[in-house]
Design a protein around this ligand. Structure first.
Ligand SMILES: [Zn+2]
Length: 157
């Protein structure tokens, strides 16, 4: 297992363990997992670390070393004594998103470069409509100013 410091540096994601890295012709597939820990049940507020099951979620990340990057997150589902089942929380993925916040910001950043939606869509291996939709939803979610600040903080690190 890689030292977690390097994991965080490499992925820019905290509290994630890299389990495997596969280099494919088209992309890098990085299998990641969050450490098991006690989580607050969203239903009753009790703490639980009892695992119900796992799901694998494929998440698009920014390209690296000139290749597309796909994160395969082994997502843990906890079960509470009250019966509620819930996925572990994470900080790098917005709700209902299939790409990291950083990838979304990367797309926005490229767009602010006045590049075309099509060119950016091609680079990130997503559809033009997704690019347009992300830009719109980020503005709705964070507002114009917050978007700019987020982009700035990403560029600085
Ligand atoms: Zn509960």
């Amino acid at each position: 297992m890689l030292n977690s410091y390097y994991t965080e540096k490499l992925l820019g994601i905290q509290e994630v363990e890299i389990k495997n890295i596969q280099e494919k012709e088209e992309c890098y597939e990085i299998s990641i997992e969050q450490p098991r820990k006690k989580c607050i049940c969203p239903c009753c507020g009790e703490l639980t670390n009892k695992i119900h099951d796992y799901r694998h979620q494929r998440i698009k990340e920014l390209p690296a070393f000139n290749k597309k990057v796909l994160l395969i997150l082994r997502k843990r589902r906890y079960v509470c004594s009250c019966g509620k089942r819930f996925f572990e929380p994470n900080t790098f993925l917005a709700r209902y998103q299939r790409m990291t916040k950083r990838a979304i910001m990367g797309i926005l950043d490229k767009l602010s470069d006045s590049r075309s939606y099509t060119a950016v869509a091609h680079e990130f291996n997503i559809s033009t409509s997704t690019v347009m939709c992300r830009k719109f939803s980020m503005r709705m979610m964070y507002g114009q100013e917050k978007c700019k600040r987020l982009q700035k903080s990403i560029t600085e690190c």
